[in-house]
Design a binder for this molecule. Structure first.
Ligand SMILES: C[S@@+](CC[C@H](N)C(=O)[O-])C[C@H]1O[C@@H](n2cnc3c(N)ncnc32)[C@H](O)[C@@H]1O
Length: 194
């Protein structure tokens, strides 16, 4: 991925830091941090996901934004006692999700096949997060929700939306208060030293 990026932009144009998104620190402060295409749910524990929010906050200038694109867990398709849901079935492809509702985990299985008897499978494990839990993680890191839409063109987020684009922002007044008093609350002290 980095090699592909380097074909388009050098180190002076875009700094690249390889590491765990929950903990890795990049030099500098930014106006935007983003995690799109269900990336935050690749972190498989709540603690890591909260740590990721705090890490994003650490990199932002006052008023900076953290943008997340994330699917909505499709648990309504899971009847009691059933652990798997086929979400796509077409010639040559089956998409199947298996759930562990205690750990809040879902594994997406992507099966690709041709005319023969064999198939190839690619799996991606996630810890799914409902929007309300995501908002609480944001709050723990000092963010407030600025907007939530169903897609990148601003469609309304509704009960039927399968995904969302959420924009979180650190309120300017909270930043100012923090700079004036050092640490105004345990929550912010944790976030500072995180
Ligand atoms: C769903 S993909 C999204 C890729 C890319 N952001 C995009 O928009 O196409 C999630 C990516 O996060 C990476 N990833 C998983 N866990 C990670 C972690 N703890 N820290 C950093 N990256 C991670 C995966 O390797 C994968 O490339």
């Amino acid at each position: 991925m980095v090699a592909q990026l380097r074909k388009k932009a050098d180190d002076a144009a875009i700094l690249v830091v390889l590491g765990d998104m929950a903990t890795t620190v990049a030099a500098g402060n930014y106006s935007l941090v983003y995690l799109v295409f269900n990336t935050i749910s690749n972190l498989l524990t709540q603690a890591e996901q909260v740590s990721c929010f705090r890490n994003a906050a650490r990199h932002l200038v006052p008023g900076g934004r953290f943008v997340i694109e994330l699917s909505v867990p499709d648990l309504r398709k899971l009847p009691p006692g059933q652990k798997a849901v086929v979400w796509q079935a077409e010639p040559g492809y089956i998409g199947l999700d298996t759930y562990d509702v205690v750990r809040q985990h879902v594994v997406s299985h992507h099966f690709k096949f041709g005319e023969g008897r064999q198939s190839r499978v690619f799996r991606t494990p996630h810890r799914y997060i409902r929007p309300a839990e995501l908002d609480l993680m944001a709050q723990l890191a000092g963010f407030e929700l600025e907007s939530r839409h169903a897609d990148w063109v601003g469609s309304e987020f509704t009960a039927e939306s399968r995904s969302h684009v959420s924009v979180y922002r650190i309120p300017l007044e909270r930043q100012a208060q923090r700079q004036k008093t050092g640490a105004s609350a345990v929550k912010l002290a944790t976030w500072d030293s995180g």
